[in-house]
Design a protein around this ligand. Structure first.
Ligand SMILES: Cc1cc2nc3c(=O)[nH]c(=O)nc-3n(C[C@H](O)[C@H](O)[C@H](O)COP(=O)(O)OP(=O)(O)OC[C@H]3O[C@@H](n4cnc5c(N)ncnc54)[C@H](O)[C@@H]3O)c2cc1C
Length: 341
């Protein structure tokens, strides 16, 4: 095994914080991954599989084990009459997969353009944006099951997808995803689209609704709204939109005399905008001298590491926001990125 030892995990998180890992290795193929996992199990070394680190906050204590970075490549297309199956190695860069799909005029993932990270990480938190999510287009995926020590093929039902959730989060570190297969449509696209997207299309007078034109629109919106993690260290949305009872929505409406941005789930529950809650709690474009952390000027859901010295600084700032939101609205914000290990 060609292992690196005692490496800084800062380089494996787009927040650029965290302690050291005892060991590190790159998995270059599915066979290589299995070989690494078998070796680690035989030697009683704990493992963790990561992609590009765009959804990971490493603890300051680091990781007493082996971090495996996924570089399993490969793209294949299986063409059918009105759809195609796009199979991607899990270590492909996700946006390259989206770009390929729009070049082929296939739809289903064009609104997931410009999301950082690898293809294999997308099922983990059921990645979603602008009305699309990976759970809706996943055909199947291949993974190594560390519990039963064998390769398995999982269907979308097996993955137990819900909003930013999947079996990969409820049973962490059990499956290492090796490839994903997506069922993408050849059908002509029609409105309605997600509100932010349709507003943009209207303003820019775009009316040829193709996977490519929607991808271009999403890229333009995201570039304006979100910081590039290469220039401003961040993990995208730091909080999910909380799901709350409709009674609670009414209470917030009555107390604030404002209609909060909500998306109805059913007669009992709605999803409320975490960005709105954070802004109302006074954290719009907020720069905290104490922790060196800030909220991004165009999107308060994004926490930016300006001058933080440690992961503890991020957690302190996060707590400050959660506490204020809870005190004002009795709503508990949940952190979206994974705090590892
Ligand atoms: C600027 C920015 C914008 C973002 N926008 C969005 C957005 O719009 N929507 C959204 O949903 N997310 C968004 N994200 C979050 C992030 O990009 C996604 O969660 C992405 O899928 C993470 O990919 P990664 O390769 O970086 O995974 P990592 O951060 O490396 O890993 C994330 C988790 O997945 C696990 N994991 C990684 N690869 C595998 C594998 N092959 N098998 C099993 N487990 C694995 C890791 O152990 C870890 O628990 C954004 C992040 C940033 C920085």
């Amino acid at each position: 095994m060609e292992l690196s030892q005692d490496i800084s995990l800062k380089d494996y998180s787009t927040m650029h914080l965290g302690g050291n890992a005892d060991y590190f290795i790159i998995a270059s193929s599915a066979e290589h991954l299995i070989e690494i996992v078998n070796w680690a199990q035989q030697n009683h070394i704990q493992t963790l599989m990561v992609g590009e680190g765009s959804n990971i906050l490493w603890r300051d204590e680091g990781f007493r084990g082996l971090v495996i970075q996924n570089k399993i490549k490969g793209l294949q297309i299986e063409d059918q009459a009105d759809y195609a199956i796009l199979k991607s190695g899990s270590g492909e860069i996700w946006d390259d997969v989206v770009e390929k799909s729009t070049e082929l005029n296939l739809s289903g993932i064009e609104c997931l353009s410009l999301i950082p990270g690898t293809a294999g990480a997308t099922p983990v938190q059921n990645v979603g944006a602008y009305g699309q999510d990976i759970g809706s287009v996943l055909y199947e995926l291949d993974a190594y099951d560390l519990k039963n020590k064998k390769v398995v093929t999982l269907s979308p039902e097996d993955c137990q997808f819900s909003y930013r959730q999947s079996i990969f989060k409820t049973e962490p570190n059990r499956f290492y995803i090796m490839s994903i297969s997506l069922k993408l449509s050849k059908q002509q696209l029609h409105p309605p689209f997600y509100k932010t997207l349709s507003d943009y299309l209207e303003t820019e007078a775009v009316n040829d609704y193709s996977p490519q034109s929607l991808r271009d629109a999403v890229i333009a919106i995201r570039t304006k709204k979100l910081p590039n993690p290469k220039d401003y260290y961040n993990l995208g949305s730091f909080f999910g939109n909380p799901i709350i009872n409709n009674d609670q929505v009414n209470k917030i409406r009555n107390n604030t005399k404002i209609n909060p941005p909500v998306w109805k789930i059913d007669n009992q529950k709605s999803k409320i905008s975490a960005a709105w809650l954070i802004e109302q709690a006074g954290f719009k474009n907020y720069h905290d001298q104490n922790t060196g952390m800030a909220t991004w000027k165009n999107q308060p859901l994004v926490l930016v590491n300006e001058l933080a010295r440690s992961t503890q600084d991020v957690l302190t700032f996060k707590e400050q926001i959660c506490q204020k939101v809870f005190d004002m609205f009795e709503v508990q914000l949940q952190m979206e990125p994974q705090l590892l290990p």
